[in-house]
Design a protein around this ligand. Sequence first.
Ligand code: PMP
Ligand code: GLN
Length: 402
Amino acid sequence: MRHTGPWLRAAEGAMLLGPDGVPAPTVFAEMSALAASTGSVNLGQGFPDEDGPAEVLDAAVQAIRDGVNQYPPGRGTADLRLAIAEHQRHWYGLEVDPDQEVLVTAGATEALAATLLALVEPGDEVITFEPFYDAYGALIRLAGATHVTVPLTAPDFLPDESTLRAAFSDRTRAVLVNTPHNPTGRVLPTEVLRIVVELAERHDAVIITDEVYEHLTFDTALAPHVPVATLPGARERTVTVSSAGKTFSTTGWKIGWLTAPPALVIAITTVKQYLTFVNGAPFQPAVAVGLRLPDTVFAGIAADLAAKHDVLAAGLTAAGFGVHRPDGGYFVIADTAPLGYEDARPFCLELPHTAGVVGVPVSAFVRPDHAAGYRSLVRFAFCKRRSVLEDAAARLATLSGA
Ligand code: PMP
Ligand code: GLN
């Protein structure tokens, strides 16, 4: 039914409705539906097709059996908040007060939503790099703010320093950083992050940093993950967001969290308590188990993902795509231009029929009027079983007649 009432004005303003007046599906939902209806290999939506550490899964089963099935405390269970604080100290040397500086959320998505709704006023500007994860654009608009973007352009997907500096002004209320970055896979270099901190300080802006792929980096010597909050001057103005979904292959559990100074946590909790209030009681102790697993388990998860990347990247290269190597995360960007295509969106709509594979056009992560530099690019997910990636590679090989 076409939406005609006044109810979704904010959504309409936020361009979240399709041309027919009904909610437009996200590109991930659209592409997963296309994969299902065509029987294609789904390298579109980023979710693993294998379970993560057994200790984490067992702890959730045990918690359900032990009766941990009612509302958890508003800020998250005390033990999970402690595990998050221990994790920040162990991995990054960050001291975080588990009672005042940690908030457990319904995935990173709720952490981002509550943060933007709490800290940003209509008319404020929020800066992100572009391409950006789709929820950023939607949430910034739902908060009534203006979205200012700084391009990350191929082949290296790094920002131009003067463009980054020019994006900031005294209207800037927040800068939302994502490293390792979805969709490009870039770990943002520390020099770039330092400039962001310098500019945020100068313009008194909050830094929101989405680090959901923090443990999924492929070369810790060449491109180590540096949490923004560890940089001088950052901690007191930074909201760090993460999630269990990517690291432990539990995207359906929707357990995320944020760490921030106490005053920011209070403001964000005020909003969060009226979004979901709380979520995932039996999953919270399980994620605490995950966060306390030995370093070797985290290294193994990253190494396994790097090997999966290599299988898919080799397949894409053999099929004739231009391939941009990611530093981390679930995704690789492939250029269709060497195969003779100009626009990846029709290519992605055709691909399930021609090769039985689904990917997401990178144009879905940029504003329509900024699509020019990204038009021929596709994002493929490699967080899948090796056999599935090999199957996808074999299917893609037919494109070049190889
Ligand atoms: N941020 C980024 C960069 C993501 O890629 C995703 C999901 N893949 C999210 C946030 C959402 O995380 P969650 O499922 O924990 O809400
Ligand atoms: N974050 C996942 C991705 O980038 C998708 C999550 C979703 O479907 N909203 O593919």
